[in-house]
Design a protein around this ligand. Structure first.
Ligand SMILES: *Cc1c(COP(=O)(O)O)cnc(C)c1O
Length: 351
């Protein structure tokens, strides 16, 4: 009988990554970005572990995520990156959920100051936040809504050789200066921003990907540990003769006789179909290539080099042997996408 693929989630690795990011950040408070179910890792696992490690401030994208998070961290500060409308103010107040205000109009909504909001100023990403051509109106607005945090977001922090981050920091500095004594505690850095150094840390940093073991720069893991070990089981073994094809569309033609393992894992579990004929899995310390297409519930792997593999064997899909960034590169995407795609059907084991 075969079992569902599983995620083994390491408390020790998560704490180590938090402590590492915290120590990189000097005096700044180290918060955590745990939107999208903690990047797919699971907010029920991540939030309590981070709270115990000393994290006191959390960021999510939506009010619904914040309300769900509240039960795991009753005393934390929780900010909602996308904000929410006045119709939600009562429920937010009751659960002490703070909006991030991204437009100037939101700063003037009556009663918003009671929510202890953050304000997001755009400094060059041009995606979210009060645009630069309105920064001359910030002082009035800030004296009205008394924000608890001033934040902005870096567009290219993962490319330190580019001048963009410094330009954004200069804009951020001028906003801070224009607010003078009214300037609230400030926050600019995500994971990659933390690694840019002291000047980017301000009062609070808000890493995400580094906590989960991904690196903003895939060529350098920066010592973050794999929080997620993803495993799946060998369901069947076959001998495939030279010239025979494997899987949908027969995309793989065996160049010689091979031993083929079929593994219970597919794109329904979040294993990207782009890894067809490209991905690798780790079996007994050896990397074995995926041959043929990734299907909904199955992948097929060439295990010719391993004589001893049997049905029921658990293999590593992702973990300390095959990093999330290695997989991402092969799939022509980023670690963030690989993590947030992790499927809901899998068994999840906390260790
Ligand atoms: C997701 C997010 C972060 C965290 O970014 P990482 O690159 O995962 O560290 C920080 N700030 C904002 C505004 C975000 O949306």
């Amino acid at each position: 009988m075969s079992r569902k693929p599983r995620l083994i989630l390491s408390r020790q690795a998560l704490v180590a990554n938090y402590q590492r990011l915290s120590s990189f950040s000097g005096q700044a408070e180290c918060a955590a970005s745990i939107k999208a179910n903690a990047y797919g890792v699971g907010v029920d696992f991540v939030a309590p572990v981070l709270w115990e490690a000393g994290c006191r401030t959390f960021f999510v994208a939506y009010l619904e995520e914040a309300l769900a998070l509240r039960s795991f961290v009753p005393d934390a500060d929780i900010y909602v990156f996308h904000g929410f409308g006045p119709d939600a103010f009562d429920i937010a107040l009751a659960s002490k959920i703070r909006p991030v205000l991204n437009t100037l109009d939101e700063l003037f909504i009556p009663g918003v100051e009671a929510l202890r909001p953050a304000i997001h100023v755009d400094t060059g990403m041009r995606r979210l936040g009060i645009p630069q051509y309105q920064h001359d109106r910030l002082l009035d607005a800030v004296s009205l809504c008394q924000p608890s945090l001033l934040m902005s977001h870096l567009a290219s922090a993962d490319e330190p050789e580019r001048p963009d981050s410094e330009q954004q920091r200069n804009v951020f500095e001028s906003v801070r200066a224009s607010l003078g004594a009214l300037c609230p505690p400030s926050s600019l850095a995500n994971t990659a921003g933390i690694l840019l150094g002291d000047a980017y840390h301000y009062d609070l940093v808000r890493p995400g990907i580094g906590l989960y073991g991904g690196s903003p720069d895939p060529s350098d893991s920066k010592g973050f540990e794999a929080v997620v070990t993803w495993q799946a089981q060998v369901i069947e073994l076959q001998h495939v003769r030279k010239g025979e094809t494997v899987g949908y569309g027969g995309s793989y033609v065996a160049p010689r006789d091979i031993r083929l393992a079929t593994i219970g894992l597919g794109y329904a579990d979040g294993y990207l179909r782009a890894l067809s004929d490209k991905g690798e899995v780790l079996i007994e310390g050896q990397r074995c290539p995926i041959v043929g297409r990734v299907s909904m519930d199955l992948i097929t792997v060439d295990v010719s080099s391993l004589r001893s593999v049997k049905e029921g064997k658990w293999v590593e899909i992702m973990g300390s042997g095959i990093s999330v960034d290695t997989i991402a590169e092969k799939a022509n995407t980023i670690g963030y996408e690989c993590l947030t795609r992790l499927g809901a059907r899998m068994e999840r084991v906390f260790v």
